[in-house]
Each structure stands twice: as C-alpha cells, then as structure tokens.
Design a protein around this ligand. Structure first.
Ligand code: SAH
Length: 257
C-alpha cells in the first residue's frame, strides 16, 4: 500500500517534543511526509529524542511559512479540530476521513492538518479545509495532545489503507479522467470570485468575511474538478468583460453594422 501522497501538516507547533512524537506516530502507521508551518523550535534535540528513531520523518520534514504553501498541490485538505464552531464546516468522523484521504491519495496529493497546541486551527485556516474531523472524546475534556491526535488519525489512515489495498479506487464524483482541482487553483478562483463580487457590488469590501466564508464552504463541499473550475473562471472573466466599457462604444456606429 502506498501512503506517500498523504502529508501531515502541523500548524505552528510550539513544543519540539510534540513534533518528535508526531513523527514517531506517523512512522508507526506508514506515513512519512511531515510539513511544519512556522514551528517554534525545529530542528531540536527534544524532537529527535521523542521521535525514537523516526529520524527519516524528521530529516525529510518540510518547513514552510503558511498553510497555503503547506497544502499546495493538494486536491483534498482535511483539518482536525477539538472544538465546535458557530459556522459548521463540512465534517467527517475520523474513519470516514481516513477512507477518503486514502481513496483520493490514489489519484493525487492530500493533506491532514493539525492546529497549534494552544489555539488549534483558526477559522481562516479551517476555511482552507474541505472537511473538518473531530475525534470523539469526553465533551468536557475533548482536546487531545497534538501528537496523540496525530496518532489516532494516522492509525485510522493505516487501517483504511489496509482495507482499500485490495479494492478499486473510489469514485470521488468527478467526470472520468477529470482531476479534482488543487488547493492552489481553488485559492486563485476564490481571489477571482471576490474581485468580481466586489466589482459588481454584491460584496461590500468593508465587511467581506462572512460571504466569502460561506461561498468557500459551498465550493469546498462540491469539490469542483479542473474542468468545472475552468467553467467557473470563464464565467467570472465574462462578467468582468461585460463590466468594462464595451469595445463597440469606441467604434464608430456605422462600422458596427
Ligand atoms: N485548545 C485547542 C486544542 C489544540 S490541540 C482548541 O481548542 O482547538 C492541538 C491540535 O490537536 C488541534 O488543533 C487538533 O488538530 C488536534 N486535536 C486535539 N484534540 C482533537 C480532537 N478531539 N479531535 C480532532 N483533533 C484534535
């Protein structure tokens, strides 16, 4: 079974020990690709000690500056959260999330994202996730240690991979041959969409957050493929062109006929 298309992203981990323990948890379950977004201390001897031999995961860890960079090229991004929020993001239980990650990893890159120890994932970071996952726990004490959360999810991924090894790739609901749009392409689409919504005065730039969040949630839920995204981008461009003074306005009337 190949888990090489699955990356584990730790957002702003503050304790080097947790990075090491997460690396160990990953390696136990066949995951090797670790991405660290702005870690407080890395590399660090404590990370090395807690990795207990999973040195290849630490040595191969990619350090970057933002979630966007961390999930670049991913067609599926799953965020984990110990909290319930006012605007509910599409969610999956750990087992279904793992099955989906493993299924889509047969076709392209996918990411499993974890928040910082103290703050968890911000709303803006969750906006970039197609799904959120909550590991069921005592509601009065539901926040797991970061590396423990990685362990639970990595175990589910291992089990899902073992189960899917013999079965056919999952149908993710896109046209045959069409690939789900990557995070970077979706990101560009959201920027374009916001630009057009402001231009047609549907979106007030003074108060843009909630509308864009809801729209991003809608598109994340529908998981457009590349062809569909091209159609949407084409529509936005057509709207922009219809906004600019028509070229015909500048052409003498008689030559328009
Ligand atoms: N105080 C933070 C908890 C951070 S724990 C908060 O309230 O969100 C660090 C990370 O571990 C979380 O961001 C999440 O990625 C993961 N995690 C911890 N407990 C979890 C749970 N019950 N379900 C899913 N992820 C969890």
């Amino acid at each position: 079974m190949s888990l090489s298309n699955i990356r584990v992203v730790l957002m702003h981990p503050t304790h080097p020990g947790n990075i090491g323990a997460a690396a160990r948890a990953m390696r136990n379950m066949g995951l090797r690709r670790l991405v660290l977004v702005a870690p407080s201390g890395f590399p660090h001897p404590e990370a090395r000690a807690r990795a207990a031999g999973a040195d290849d995961v630490l040595d191969g860890a990619v350090v970057c500056g933002s979630l966007e960079q961390a999930v670049a090229g991913c067609q599926l991004v799953v965020g984990t959260s110990a909290r319930t929020r006012s605007i509910a993001w599409p969610s999956l239980d750990p087992r279904s999330a793992a099955a989906r990650l493993v299924g889509e990893a047969l076709q392209g890159e996918v990411a499993l994202v974890f928040g910082a120890e103290r703050t968890g994932l911000t709303n803006e970071q969750l906006d970039r996730c197609h799904y959120t996952v909550y590991i069921p726990a005592d509601p009065e004490f539901s926040s797991l240690n970061l590396a423990c959360a990685v362990q639970v999810m990595a175990y589910e991924v291992w089990c899902a991979a073992a189960q899917s090894a013999a079965s056919a790739p999952q149908n993710v609901g896109t046209d045959a041959g069409a690939q789900a749009a990557s995070s970077a392409d979706l990101e560009r689409f959201y920027v374009h969409l916001e630009e057009v919504l402001v231009a047609i005065r549907f979106l007030d730039p003074a108060n843009p957050r909630k509308l864009m969040r809801r729209l991003i949630r809608l598109f994340n839920r529908s998981r457009p493929d590349n062809n569909e995204l091209n159609i949407l981008r084409g529509i936005l461009t057509a709207v922009q062109q219809s906004q600019t003074p028509a070229i015909f306005d500048k052409i003498p009337r008689e030559s328009q006929n």
